[in-house]
Write a protein that binds this ligand. Structure first.
Ligand SMILES: NC(=O)c1ccc[n+]([C@@H]2O[C@H](COP(=O)([O-])OP(=O)(O)OC[C@H]3O[C@@H](n4cnc5c(N)ncnc54)[C@H](O)[C@@H]3O)[C@@H](O)[C@H]2O)c1
Length: 403
C-alpha cells in the first residue's frame, strides 16, 4: 500500500493515478477540510480530466484519511515555499511530514519525496532525522514532479521522470511503482542529481523567459514587434526563445530558481538577475497601463479592469500570480484597486472582483489581458470599442496594445 502525504495540486492527481491503475492507495492530508471533501467524493480543485480519474480511483477503493498510515511506501508531496529574505528553500513542511512518517513507517519502508527541494536538502534536513530517530532501515528517494497545471493528467502519463535513490535496487522498485501509470522514460540516478535536475529545469525556463522579457523591453524602446522577432528567431534550428509576459507565477518557475540563488549567491548571477527581471514584470505592466492612460487622456483608474487572476491560463491556481503582484504593487502607490475578473475564481480573493464577464465589461473602458484563458480568446469580439492591453499576445482581430 502507498500512503500519499499531501493532497494538493501534485499529491492528489498522483494518488488518484496510482489508485486508478490498481495500486492500493491511502491519501493523507493535514487539512481536515480537504480530507472530508474528498471523503464526500468532491474534488478539491479544477483540472482537465481530474473528475474522471477520481471516479476510477474511487471504483478502485482509494481511501482518504487524516492519519498517516503504517506501510512500506510513502510519497511526500507537501509544499516547499522559499524564504523571501534568504531566498533559500523552506523545508519545514517536508521535514514535518517526514518526521510523522518516521513515527509509523514499517521496517525498510521507502519514503519518496516528490516535493521540489533544493540540491542537498535530503542530506541536510532529512538524513539527520533518520539518524536522530535511529531509522537507518528507511530508504530515502527523491522523485521530483514535472507536470504542468492545465495538462496534469496527460503529463502524469506521458512525461519522462527522474528517480534519485541511494541504492539502485530501491530506485528500480520505485520505478516499477511509477510504471503502473507512467509511459515516459524513467531514469534512475542518485539523490543529489535528482534534486539538481528539477531545479535546473525550472531555472532554464525562468532564464529563458527573462531573456524574452528583456528583448520585449528593447523592442518596445525601438518600436519593434518582439513577437515577430521571436517567431523568426525560433525558425533557426537551434534557437527556442519563450514568450514575454506580465510576470511568472505558480509554484515552480517563480520559486525554484531562487533556491539556487539562495544557496550559491556568488555563483548564480545570471539566475539572480533573471529572477529579478521576471519579478519586476507586474510593475512594468502597471507602468504600461499608466502610459496608455496618459496617451488616451484617460484619468479614471476605476475604468480599468484586469482580466485574469490565476498565474496561467485555464487553471484555478493563483499562487504567485502576476495579477496579485500587480495589485500589491499598485496598493503601494495608494491607487484605487483596479477592477478584476477571472472566470475560474469563484470566491472573492481581492477587492473589486467581478464574477460576471458582461457586468465587468460594462464597468470598464480599458481592459488588460493578464491571463489567456480560453474564454477571452473566444469572446474577443466583445472587447470591441475598449482600450485593450494584451500582455499575452493572444487577441488576433482587434487593434490592441502590447507590452
Ligand atoms: N503545483 C505545481 O504545479 C507543481 C509542479 C511540480 C512540482 N510541484 C511541487 O510539488 C510540491 C507540492 O506542491 P502542490 O502544488 O501540490 O502544493 P499544495 O499546496 O497544492 O498541496 C500541498 C498539500 O500538502 C498538505 N500538507 C502540508 N503539510 C502536510 C503534512 N505535514 N502532512 C500532510 N499533508 C500536508 C497541505 O494541506 C496541502 O493540501 C511542492 O514542492 C511543489 O514545489 C508543484
Amino acid at each position: 500500500m502507498v500512503n500519499v502525504i499531501g493532497l494538493g495540486y501534485i499529491g492528489l492527481p498522483t494518488a488518484l493515478m496510482l489508485a486508478a491503475n490498481g495500486v492500493e492507495v491511502v491519501g493523507t492530508d493535514i487539512n481536515k477540510e480537504v480530507i472530508s471533501k474528498l471523503k464526500e467524493k468532491h474534488i478539491t480543485f479544477k483540472e482537465k480530466g481530474l473528475e474522471e480519474l477520481f471516479e476510477k480511483a474511487l471504483d478502485n477503493k482509494i481511501i482518504f484519511d487524516s492519519e498517516y498510515q503504517k506501510t512500506d511506501m510513502y510519497i511526500i508531496s507537501v509544499p516547499t515555499p522559499y524564504d523571501r529574505f534568504s531566498k533559500k528553500v523552506d523545508p519545514t513542511f517536508v521535514v514535518k511530514a517526514f518526521e510523522e512518517v518516521m513515527r509509523v513507517a514499517q521496517h525498510e519502508a521507502i519514503v519518496v519525496v516528490e516535493s521540489t527541494i533544493s540540491p542537498g536538502t535530503i542530506d541536510k534536513c532529512l538524513r539527520p532525522i533518520v539518524d536522530k530517530v535511529g531509522r537507518q532501515d528507511i530508504h530515502l528517494v527523491h522523485a521530483p514532479e514535472r507536470i504542468i497545471p492545465g495538462n496534469m493528467i496527460y503529463e502524469l502519463v506521458n512525461n519522462n521522470r527522474t528517480i534519485g535513490a541511494d541504492d539502485y535496487g530501491i530506485g528500480e522498485k520505485v520505478k516499477t511503482l511509477y510504471s503502473s501509470f507512467c509511459q515516459g522514460e524513467i531514469v534512475v540516478t542518485n539523490i543529489r542529481t535528482a534534486e539538481m535536475t528539477k531545479v535546473v529545469e525550472n531555472t532554464y525556463r525562468a532564464v529563458n523567459i527573462a531573456f524574452a522579457n528583456e528583448l520585449m523591453k528593447i523592442c518596445h524602446h525601438d518600436k519593434l514587434d518582439v513577437y515577430e522577432i521571436i517567431r523568426i528567431c525560433n525558425m533557426h534550428p537551434r534557437v527556442n526563445i519563450l514568450q514575454p509576459g506580465p510576470g511568472v507565477g505558480g509554484h515552480c518557475i517563480s520559486v525554484d530558481p531562487w533556491f539556487l540563488v539562495g544557496d550559491y549567491p556568488s555563483l548564480a548571477k545570471v539566475i539572480d538577475e533573471s529572477m529579478r527581471t521576471n519579478d519586476a514584470m507586474p510593475a512594468f505592466v502597471l507602468h504600461r497601463i499608466y502610459d496608455i492612460m496618459r496617451e488616451k487622456g484617460m484619468k479614471d483608474l476605476s475604468k480599468v479592469g484586469l482580466y485574469g487572476l490565476t498565474y496561467k491560463e485555464n487553471v484555478d491556481d493563483t499562487r504567485e500570480s502576476p495579477t496579485l503582484q500587480l495589485l500589491e504593487s499598485q496598493e503601494k502607490h495608494l491607487g484605487t484597486p483596479l477592477k478584476v475578473y477571472d472566470p475560474l475564481i469563484n470566491s472573492d480573493i481581492v477587492e473589486n472582483q467581478f464574477h460576471d464577464f458582461d457586468v465587468f465589461l460594462e464597468q470598464i473602458d480599458f481592459i488588460v489581458i493578464m491571463v489567456a484563458h480560453d474564454e477571452i480568446i473566444q469572446k474577443e469580439s466583445k472587447l470591441a470599442g475598449k482600450i485593450v492591453l494584451d500582455t499575452r499576445n493572444v487577441l488576433k482581430n482587434l487593434d490592441v496594445y502590447h507590452l
